[in-house]
Design a binder for this molecule. Sequence first.
Ligand SMILES: [Ca+2]
Ligand SMILES: [Ca+2]
Length: 492
Amino acid sequence: MKHRRIISLLSAALMGFSVTAFPPVFFEQAEIVAEAATTKTEGDWRYSYESGSSVATIVKYIGSDVKPEIPEKRGGKTVTTIGKEAFENTRIQSVKIPSTIKTIETNAFHGCYSLTEIVIPSSVTKIKAFAFNYCTKLKKAEIQGAAKIYNYAFNNCTALENIIMNPNCSRAASSSSELPAKGSFNNCTSLTKINNITVVSTGTNGKPAITQDKDVKKLIELFMMRSDNIKFMKDYSNKLINYIIKTELVAGTSDAIHARQLHDWMISNCGYMTTGTKFDEPKDEKNIEYQTSDNLFMSYGLTNWVGEGVCHAFARAYQRLLTAAHIDSYILYQDTKGSEHSWNLAKIGGKWYYIDVTWDETSGGNLTYTYFMKTRKQMEQMDSIYKNCGIELNEALLRKDNNAARQEYLDAGEVAWKAAKNTAAYTDSNSDGVLDGDWNLDGVKNSADTAMKKRIANFFPSGLTDKNMKTWVYKLHKAHKTPEQFLTDAGY
Ligand SMILES: [Ca+2]
Ligand SMILES: [Ca+2]
């Protein structure tokens, strides 16, 4: 299942480096190297070298100086590698890396809780997996060269505010011996600047803006879009959601109309992940890049105003929009292999309905409401994928193992059970997403609608039909008015 795989990866990252994350071949190779190497100690440094080699690896820092300088030479050999776990869990506050260093190995600085700043010289070409994982006081990091960065390299650097990166940094390729670079900056929950440039700002009319600096944009696309829970991405999505709520929703109409307007925003501004059109290779729908709402909104801001994601990102993004519109909702998923899918359950007009924005988006270029506000039975009649689904908690709660999350899960189960029993269809025979006969769009059908229908009919000289009802609602939406306001302002 798409999102479960992502979650298991993330939780491994959150718990710190797990040896099981590496394929066995990785260790076999490492052991062969270790057997052939000689290890010695000189001063505060334990180092190793292979027979006949002129280069050495720092195996362990054993000193007590909290601001050490890594030596350029040990035993007459040039130090080119900071070895695996060489500084792991030490109290160092800073470290000087000489320009002889080419590789920073896996977990080299893992858990250096006191490290506040790091400058990685241009000689370094590889920053391996989890190299700076859990450097929780690291505020500023500078990567001077075009280094290849491996997965989770700066994972959980929760204080990192500014990352200075050479724009020619690249991600490690996926191969049998190298892991694909995912999540290099996961949980960088303070990161707001790249190359000293503030990434997100409030643009005109309150619409959030992303820096147009080409290098920064390139670095975001390469590294940040493959990571989760980054401060500036969360800031951007939160600001964008507020902007959408402010500019899309018509006050004085119903929750159903609001849910429809947000559904329409997504269909008009987001696209299902397509191969080879954006960002970089390889396109992989299992990537975090296409799974989270932050990434979907961020891709909207970064590239031609189209948010890209798969069903899971759509369901998560729609849930955040509904929540901002004060509409309760959940994310539902189907995890049968080959039929993985996600959609939403939303409480509208006191009843729970199913909405699948993804399938309305992928069913054609126009706004369609085939999967909008349906009962469970209606959904199951359309496709068996909607049977026996599970419930996902919202993204924020997923990151914590707390009582609130557990309670929400129990509540969600209760809601889903009740929702499955609900047979009260939202009658929409012309499939325009509007309750039949609800001419004033307040979510209920009553005598006020009859009078409103007469007024609207006058407004359309050719007569009122199902087709122009759609046009009418669209006009209202664009004018940001209720039917009453619109007709009054137009002199009807
Ligand atoms: Ca209708
Ligand atoms: Ca009504």
